[in-house]
Design a protein around this ligand. Structure first.
Ligand code: THU
Ligand code: ZN
Length: 188
């Protein structure tokens, strides 16, 4: 297809059709459809016990959120598998007057940040005052991506609503497809 040919007199209708086809179907292009699965639970009772506990721990953490500006409280809990022990860290959003506060997930992951062994992240639960499940913001997704890559295995992400509804995904890829991560900088 002679796309680059200079016509001088402008494009005819059939040229434009040809152009369009060439760009929507270039010969060497491959397409992949990336899909992800979200498991939907209508009640906490449907979850395995450790995950129910993690969501309840996040709900508990939410109670000490400091959100006088947005009035949107978020709670998070992360569980770590390190040397046979199950470690849980919690966090909640902490706002400030200059609107540069911390997100619940980041505060919970700061528990991990303090660990010398950072590769233990196993599961994270997030909840808010909203009845619908709350999902982590883009920046928090990047934080989760970092620790998941260090862990070397997909982590379970539980997103809960205030009335017990939960969305569960396995692996940050579901929330941050084609992500940039430590591997891009050869750090894992
Ligand atoms: N928030 C979180 O704590 N985590 C998120 O990933 C989404 C947003 C908080 C930040 C702010 O305090 C409030 O929710 C409203 O954006
Ligand atoms: Zn966030």
């Amino acid at each position: 297809i002679k796309l680059a040919k200079c016509k001088g007199g402008g494009w005819t209708k059939s040229d434009l059709v040809e152009y369009d086809m060439a760009f929507s179907n270039p010969r060497n292009m491959r397409e992949e459809l990336h899909t992800f699965k979200v498991e939907i639970f209508d009640s906490l009772d449907e979850l395995p016990e450790d995950e129910r506990e993690l969501v309840l721990t996040a709900e508990d953490a939410l109670k000490s959120a400091y959100a006088p500006y947005s009035h949107f409280r978020v709670g998070a809990a992360v569980s770590l598998k390190t040397g046979g022990f199950l470690n849980i860290y919690t966090g909640n959003n902490q706002e400030n007057a200059s609107f540069t506060g911390s997100h619940a997930e980041r505060v919970a992951l700061d528990g991990l940040a303090r660990e010398s062994e950072k590769s233990g992240l196993d599961k994270i639960a997030i909840t808010s005052d909203s009845p619908e499940p709350v999902t982590p913001c883009g920046s928090c997704r990047q934080d989760i991506k970092e620790y998941e890559d260090l862990a070397g295995a997909p982590i379970t992400i539980l997103m809960a609503g205030s009335r017990g509804k939960v969305w569960r995904v396995l692996g940050i890829d579901a929330l941050l497809p084609l992500a940039f991560g430590p591997a891009n900088l050869c750090k894992i």
